[in-house]
Every structure is written in C-alpha cells, then in structure tokens.
Design a protein around this ligand. Structure first.
Ligand SMILES: *Cc1c(COP(=O)(O)O)cnc(C)c1O
Length: 360
C-alpha cells in the first residue's frame, strides 16, 4: 500500500525517512533489547535520546544559553493556562493579539487569572489577515505580550515579530516552529505542540528565558509551574518518552537537510507554487490576504460549496488526502509543513489545474 500525500493540519505528515528509522528500531532499539517505549526515562539509553533531542533543537533554533528547553505534556493548549499562571506578576495584566481561534483560546484562559488587553484583532474579516502592529499599541507595564506566529486555521503568518520593547514577548509557534528562522533572543518564551511540524502528538516544546522562571502565582499547580520542570530537567514525572524520541529523529532529519534556513527556502518555494496557481486560477482562490499568507497552511475555495465538496472527494481518490478546511471556515486547506515533500505540492497543483479544466 503506497503512502498518500497527507495535507492534514495536525497530527500531520512525518518524514518517511523518520518513520522508517523508527520502524527499524521499534522492537529492539539499537541492540538494547527493548523498544524506546519500554525504557525507563532515567536509563542511560533514554537519557541520551532525551538530551540529544534537546541539543539538536537548541542547535536548530540557535537557542541562546540563557534559555531553557522543556518537553512537556498537555499540548499547546495547556500553555494557554501555564503562561498567565507563571508570567503574571501581582499586576496580573497582559497584552494579547487576537488573530484567530487559538489566540482566542489563549485569551480566554488568561482572563481567568487577570486582565487581558486585546491590542489588535483581525476578527472583523474572519481572521484572514494579520492586523498592523506598532510598538505604541503595547502597555509598557504589561507582564507580557502574547501572539500566535502562524494561524493554522486561517493560513496567516506575522510578516515580522512585533516590537514590544522590554516587555517579554510570548509566542504560540505550534504550526510554524522550525519552518522559518526566528531570532530567539527577541522572545521571552516560545511554545509549540509537536504534532504540526515536529513529531507525533503528545509533547509540547517550551523555550523560556531563565529570568521568567520561578515567579509563578501561588495558585499555580506544581505540574503547571515551569520551575518544577526546569529544576528537574523535564523529568519531574514521566515525560512523553516516545514522542520526544520521535521529535529527536525529526530534529536530526532537519539538521541533515541543512537546518531551518534551508527548510524556510523550500517552504517558500512550495507555498509559492500553490499561491501562484491560486492567483491565476479562474476557479480557485486563496482566502488569506497577500502580505499575511502562511507558507504552512494554505486555505482556498472554489466557486461553490458543491464544487468544494466534489474537489475534496476527487482529490482524496487521487491520493491527495485531508484537504477539507477547518470546520469553522469550510472550503479547503492544504497544510504543507516541512515534512510535505515537494512532489506532494506539485501533485496537488497538477490536480487542481486538471480539475479546473474539467469543471469550468
Ligand atoms: C494545533 C494548535 C494548538 C493546539 O495544540 P494542542 O497541542 O492540540 O493543544 C494551539 N495553537 C496553535 C497555533 C495550533 O495550531
């Protein structure tokens, strides 16, 4: 049974080389005689896998030495609560930029613990653009500023990192971590669920500046306190061992291909083919505004809902799977993360060209 091209937004396609490596080592990890799934998280073999994954991520993202890298449970969604619980001072106020469903969830969670000031929003146009941001929008007294770098559902990405002065900047990078280069020193903290661009579901990545650790609110549960995990090297309890192992294999795969800068180039090329086609098509059009477009998630529509449904069905038969848009916006969405091969995007564009000719 051949592999299809899987355009799922997440859990998303993984590099076939990574899956094959994991398969080879599944039952007996490199002569140890057990699977990685069966190892004690404190065994030397597993510690080497775990620390190796941290080192590779540190190198891939050029994480400065004054930042800690954590592998945690609970997905990106737990971070919506952990961020305010850990970063609120006694002032308990933060600025948020609202660019879609994930931002809204982060805002709702922070509101449970303090005052949220939404400084900018693109809700007026179903989040199909990134609002203009200027440094004077932000409260210099805020405990932090939160934004979502890439909006998975609407296919928008911040063209640049907001300038927030000396206030710590917190980014939900779930759907474009390792897809483009970021200067980590501009952020107080970054977090991401792994299942879009890193690995299987089950692990969330947190990269946090040291001075932001250790000031959690008293009500913060021990498992939600970054200090707990920093002090215990993400091993306060059993970490998601297999998911971290898989993430480590993906980090290695990205390193072997030349790192994040190379991925970024390939991603721009892949997305470029798709957007070029959409911009010149008489049947299909992209829904995100130019200037805000994502290289990771490309939402588009045809001329009717009936034709959208027909397209999704026929594409699936042709081995182009999971192209249905998010249930909240409809239409189509092609998620083309790092692991989506160039051939997958070419096959999609060819299929769309053909579909357009047949359905004019
Ligand atoms: C998928 C996603 C989330 C939610 O991730 P979970 O790991 O399922 O909690 C949050 N933010 C963004 C930007 C996402 O794409």
């Amino acid at each position: 049974m051949p592999r299809v091209f899987n355009f799922s937004a997440g859990p998303a396609t993984l590099p076939v080389e990574v899956l094959e490596k994991a398969q080879k080592d599944l039952v007996d990890y490199q002569g140890v005689g057990v699977s990685v799934m069966e190892m004690s998280h404190r065994s030397p073999e597993y510690m080497s896998i775990f620390n190796g994954a941290i080192e590779k991520l540190k190198s891939l993202m050029s994480v400065p030495d004054n930042y800690k890298i954590l592998f945690l449970h609970g997905g990106a969604s737990s971070q919506f609560g952990m961020v305010p619980l850990n970063l609120f001072s006694e002032k308990r106020k933060a600025d948020y930029i609202n660019t879609g469903a994930w931002s809204k969830k982060a805002i709702a969670e922070a509101k449970r613990y303090g005052t949220v000031n939404v400084v900018a929003s693109s809700a007026d146009k179903t989040f199909n653009y990134i609002p203009a941001i200027s440094s004077d929008m932000f409260d210099p007294e805020a405990d932090y500023v939160h934004f979502t770098t890439n909006n998975t559902i609407y296919g928008t990405t911040f063209p640049e990192i907001p300038d927030v002065g000396s206030v710590p900047l917190v980014a939900d990078m779930s759907s474009n971590i390792l897809a483009q280069e970021y200067d980590i020193s501009k952020f107080g903290m970054i977090y991401a669920g792994a299942q879009k661009n890193i690995g299987p579901a089950g692990v969330a990545i947190v990269i946090i500046r040291e001075d932001l650790v250790g000031n959690a609110l008293d009500i913060c549960p021990i498992m939600f306190n970054y200090k707990t995990h920093v002090d215990n090297g993400s091993m306060f309890n059993t970490p998601p061992t297999y998911a971290v192992y898989m993430a480590g294999l993906v980090f290695e795969w990205v390193l072997e291909r030349g790192g994040v800068a190379v991925m970024q180039k390939i991603n721009e090329q892949k997305a470029g083919w798709l957007y070029d086609f959409l911009d010149n098509s008489s049947l299909f059009s992209g829904t995100a505004e130019k200037g805000s477009r994502s290289t990771m998630n490309v939402p588009f529509v045809s001329t009717s809902e009936e034709l959208d449904a027909k397209f999704i069905k026929e594409a699936s038969v042709a081995g182009l799977k999971t192209l249905k848009g998010h249930r909240s916006v409809g239409g189509m969405r092609a998620s083309i993360y790092n692991a989506m091969p160039v051939e997958g995007v070419k096959a999609l564009v060819d299929f769309m060209k053909d579909f357009e000719l047949k359905n004019k």
